[in-house]
Design a protein around this ligand. Structure first.
Ligand code: ZN
Length: 592
């Protein structure tokens, strides 16, 4: 083998000489918007080994150590590799302005410029309620109106609660690595004001090997709690899932559920509700998903949290005027969506018959959080709009959009009755490629389901029964129903019908790991096999629908909401919240 080494070494040498001088990467990234007084980790990644005496870091021409009051530490061989990094944990800038950070390894120099912004000294809003419809796209909103309001002579008979809100913007959702986000970096943008990459929460995506080692940026929970506000997050996903986790988490990998539970605990977030109990239970408990013996339910209780496992327990805990902290875990997995909870009783409803919906969770959360006279921040997620859009189950996604709007209505009513000093924001973290293209009309002639799809004037109007008081029709399998289609899909059988027996499972992986259509729907009368247009193998091989990169709508009302207009970056939403709550005012000087 010896003879082979020489050419290889020569090739390596040649590569070393011909490689362009790779610049160091600096986190936070260029053009970062940083809230004055918030904490962040500053990291410089050099492309090679750097001697401690050669590594230089300056801010606006001054030695960084004098600016931050501490010196960046040199990691000589990061993760045992031939690369050096500088890391300065917990950096903070209180004075607003433009900051140019320059890092040099003695040969190469690279600069980034950050904008550090202050906020008004006095808060415009006492409280902020941020609604995130996960995957909530324009078609979901339109369909929710169709089913819950109906039309007369082409005009809607009523508006959604979110339609009544005066301010609106288009948010772009792209992250640092891709034009397509997932719920992690999308929610992270809202809760930190920084952009990041797919799967990341509360961190920039550096080259660190361990998921918890990446450079952190502070979350809304950390910042709001430092200002004395109470903070809550309620969802119908598992609470460890990306959107609720974005309120507290710092990890490169959203699947670090056990770490995320610890982060919830350490953050002292006041209210947390949803599903996902197994990651709270010690590994000795049957059904636990923990790898350690910590009983986080006992930990939370010990820290003064009321604990609820059912809607009844939640309401009892919230009604007790002494309750200021509440942990609610209502399902081992996700809490069931509105169509199953209220009408079909499928999913896990028979196993967990007394789960609250998102509206009920939110009302209980507000009761608890509003006991803090300084105010609160509450994130409310209707999570399964996304999950049901992945599973290409339009009716379930639409019912959970109606549920989202019911929660918005309840928040508006509460804000009106309680001083009109609550800013309400309604948005999505990303979209799905969904669209309403007409109706399916069972009464159309023939057996061919494809030709029962009515387009243009043949679509007419769907014939759902009049909605109940909460805006839900009590039947989805009507003879003329909305046809919502998905633009990106795996191989699947299109049945043209609602999934009354349980959530759709469009594709499944075969023994070779390739996604194929789920044969369970093959014999539904009229079902059509669709050849997918998504990758069907590899790590991103899809057995369901995917996210899209379209803009999302941000709708807003209340004090501070007038900052919502035009086209904004998703990370700008954080600034709207920070300004409304005056979270960026410089901290008072230490008393002598
Ligand atoms: Zn998703």
């Amino acid at each position: 083998m010896r003879f082979a080494l020489a050419p290889l070494a020569a090739a390596l040498c040649a590569a070393a000489f011909t490689l362009p001088a790779t610049a160091q990467t600096i986190f936070p990234l260029n053009r970062a918007e940083i809230l004055a007084g918030s904490h962040f980790d500053l990291k410089v990644e050099f492309p090679g080994l750097v001697d401690a005496s050669a590594a230089k870091l300056s801010v606006n021409g001054k030695d960084a150590a004098t600016v931050f009051g501490k010196r960046a530490e040199l990691i000589a061989r990061e993760d045992g590799k031939d690369v050096s990094s500088l890391i300065l944990r917990g950096a903070r800038i209180t004075k607003p302005g433009s900051y140019t950070v320059t890092a040099s390894d003695g040969t190469n120099t690279r600069s980034v410029t950050w904008n550090v912004y202050a906020t008004p000294a006095k808060a415009a809003a006492k409280n902020v309620i941020l609604f995130i419809g996960d995957g909530f796209s324009i078609a979901h909103r339109t369909a929710a109106r169709m089913l819950s309001k109906g039309y007369e002579d082409g005009k809607l008979k009523g508006k959604l609660a979110m339609d009544e809100m005066p301010y609106m913007a288009l948010l772009t959702t792209q992250g640092t690595d891709s034009i397509i986000t997932d719920s992690a970096n999308a929610a992270h943008a809202y809760t930190t004001g920084h952009k990041s990459c797919v799967n990341a929460l509360g961190v920039y995506c550096s080259r660190a090997a361990a998921s918890l080692d990446h450079p952190k940026v502070e979350t809304l929970t950390e910042i709001a709690k430092r200002s004395g506000l109470s903070v809550g997050a309620v969802t119908n996903s598992e609470v460890e899932d990306a959107t609720p986790a974005s309120m507290v988490a710092h990890t490169r990998r959203r699947s670090d559920y056990n770490d995320i539970v610890k982060m919830f605990y350490d953050s002292k977030i006041d209210v947390i509700m949803g599903g996902g109990s197994p990651n709270f239970l010690p590994k000795s408990t049957p059904g636990s998903k923990r790898t350690d013996d910590v009983d986080y339910i006992e930990q939370f209780k010990g820290a003064g949290y009321a604990f609820a496992t059912t809607k009844a327990e939640m309401n009892t805990a919230a009604a007790d005027s002494k309750t200021t902290k509440l942990l609610g875990l209502y399902n081992t997995g996700n809490v069931d969506g509105a169509l199953d909870l209220k009408f079909l009783k499928k999913g896990s409803v028979s196993k967990f018959p007394d789960q609250p919906d998102v509206v009920e969770e939110m009302k209980a959360a507000i009761k608890v959080l509003s006991r803090n006279k300084k105010g609160f921040v509450l994130m409310v997620e209707s999570a399964r709009i996304d999950k049901y859009s992945h599973s290409m189950d339009p009716e379930r996604a639409i019912y959970d959009t109606i549920m989202l709007d019911d929660a918005v209505k309840a928040a508006q009513d509460w804000a009106k009755a309680n001083g009109n000093n609550t800013m309400i924001l309604v948005t999505a973290d990303h979209t799905h490629p969904v669209s309403i293209i007409g109706t399916v009309n069972d009464e159309a002639p023939g057996d061919d389901m494809r030709n029962k799809v009515g387009t243009y004037e043949d679509a007419g109007f769907p014939n759902y029964p009049a909605p109940d008081a909460d805006g839900y029709p009590n039947k989805v399998d009507v003879s003329r129903r909305v046809r919502m289609v998905f633009g990106a899909y795996p191989d699947y059988y299109d049945t043209f019908r609602p999934y009354l027996d349980g959530e759709n499972v469009p594709g499944i992986k075969n023994a070779e790991g390739i996604t194929v259509a789920n044969e369970a729907y093959k014999n539904v009368p009229g079902a059509v096999l669709r050849v997918g247009n998504l990758p069907n193998k590899g790590p991103r091989g899809a057995n369901q629908g995917i996210h899209s990169g379209d803009d999302v709508l941000l709708t807003a009302m209340g004090p501070g909401a007038n900052k919502v207009h035009g086209q904004m970056e998703n990370s700008d939403l954080f600034r709207v919240v920070a300004e409304a709550l005056a979270l960026g005012k410089p901290m008072a000087p230490a008393k002598k």
